[in-house]
Write a protein that binds this ligand. Structure first.
Ligand SMILES: Nc1ncnc2c1ncn2[C@@H]1O[C@H](COP(=O)(O)OP(=O)(O)O)[C@@H](O)[C@H]1O
Ligand SMILES: [Mg+2]
Length: 386
């Protein structure tokens, strides 16, 4: 297992989450559409990509579209189409449906890169036809001879961006209504859909008074690793880099963080490793933990993450687990005709994670690592490992 501090991880670099993966896989196999939320850096993208990797080995098609940077509905459909690119039969059908621009290339999918394909596909979309092409895409997936899982990552960020544009609330409503309609045709060959994001879909739709647009999605919240999993992860990392440690070092790392957010655990390890290297040692002692926490994680570089998180909250809707001790204030329900600015929804006076607060202060000590609820009807709750 390699040390990783930025990018999502899969395969040998993906640690644990076995219980969560089992639950996810069985939900997907049953054809349930899901929405996954969880604090940034909790490992949402990693677990969804790992799920896709495992399902692919079992004969599934896995389509992953990150819509964080997408600006409009056409971009989202293009991201989905681009995700289809490696699946030649689906891409060929998509190309035939694009008439002049792409159909001549339909027999030569391997001659056109995913990027070229996406550029040409996007050029054929406009506000009048994205729905039809999106429906075709889903229909081609349904007609494919392998089961298909579609993950659309960072959907709430895209929706907030849409909301900020002219007529945004209506467009958010239309997009979500459209998505619900295409995934609720009752056809049991339909692909399974998972949407995910660090800020919640629920507060956004509640605010707009359109909660029913997402009530077909079962909500799953990804929480931090437990002490035991965090300790095992740190031990695996130390083993991989031939480092030894005093008794209690891994536990001390967790206790300093006060949480098992995977990225923080990884980040702490990376800094400890740098620290002992600088001192020409291959053994981590307990004092190193305190020192690295003070100088590395609480120092200027360690604050980057928190500042970024703060910015994302400001852009978003403050859907943060109350157990995190972060600002939490859902705004009153309003019909979407009344324009409302997400930025005003967050109660900043209660403090934000930033220079004055440390990861230790906003740890989710008592939050479950894993929970499943239905957005509209939060009755079902299950816990798995961790
Ligand atoms: N299962 C895991 N095993 C090892 N590291 C993980 C795992 N999940 C997350 N991480 C760490 O957290 C970082 C952020 O993961 P990511 O999946 O991008 O989180 P999110 O999508 O929730 O923001 C990764 O770069 C990695 O360091
Ligand atoms: Mg992510």
């Amino acid at each position: 297992m390699k040390s990783s501090t930025g990018h999502w991880v899969v395969g040998d670099d993906f640690f644990d989450r076995e219980g969560e993966l089992k639950v996810l896989e069985s939900r997907v196999r049953d054809g349930n559409h899901l929405v996954m939320t969880g604090q940034r850096r909790m490992g949402k993208t990693s677990i969804l990509r790992e799920l896709g990797r495992r399902l692919k080995r079992k004969g599934w098609v896995f389509l992953f579209a990150d819509v964080e940077a997408d600006r409009d509905e056409e971009d989202v459909i293009t991201s989905l189409a681009k995700a289809c690119h490696p699946v030649t039969p689906i891409t060929s059908r998509l190309m035939r449906g694009m008439r002049r621009r792409l159909w001549t290339l339909a027999g030569k999918v391997d001659k056109i890169s995913a990027h070229q394909f996406a550029v040409r596909f996007r050029a054929g979309l406009d506000s009048g036809n994205w729905r039809r092409h999106g429906e075709d895409l889903i229909a081609h997936c349904a007609g494919h001879d392998q089961p298909v899982l579609i993950v659309i990552d960072e959907v709430p960020i895209f929706l907030v961006r849409l909301l900020d544009q002219e007529d945004g609330a209506r467009r958010v409503d239309e997009f979500l209504s459209w998505l619900r309609a295409v995934f609720q045709t009752g056809d049991d060959r339909l692909p399974t859909l998972i949407v995910s994001g660090s800020i919640g879909l629920a507060p956004l739709v509640e605010r707009l008074g359109i909660s029913d647009r997402v009530n077909y999605l079962d909500s799953i919240r990804l929480g931090p690793w437990s002490l035991e999993v965090s300790v095992r992860c740190l031990e695996a990392l130390m083993k991989n880099y031939d480092l030894s440690a005093d008794d209690g070092v891994a536990r001390a790392v967790y206790e300093h963080l006060g949480t098992g957010v995977p990225q923080y655990v990884q980040s702490f390890f990376a800094r400890l490793r740098d620290h002992v290297r600088m001192h020409d040692r291959a053994r981590i002692v307990l004092d190193d933990v305190a020192e690295v926490y003070r100088t590395g994680l609480l120092g200027p570089s360690g604050q980057n993450d928190l500042a970024h998180y703060e910015a994302r909250l400001r852009d978003g809707l403050g859907d943060v687990d109350p157990a995190m001790g972060l600002p939490w204030k859902s705004s009153p329900k309003r019909p979407y005709r009344v324009p409302s600015r997400p930025k005003q929804a967050v109660n900043w006076s209660r403090g934000i994670p930033g220079s004055c607060r440390t990861p230790r202060d906003w740890s989710p000590k008592r939050s479950p690592s894993w929970s499943m609820t239905s957005i509209s009807n939060p009755i079902r709750t299950a816990t798995a490992s961790g």
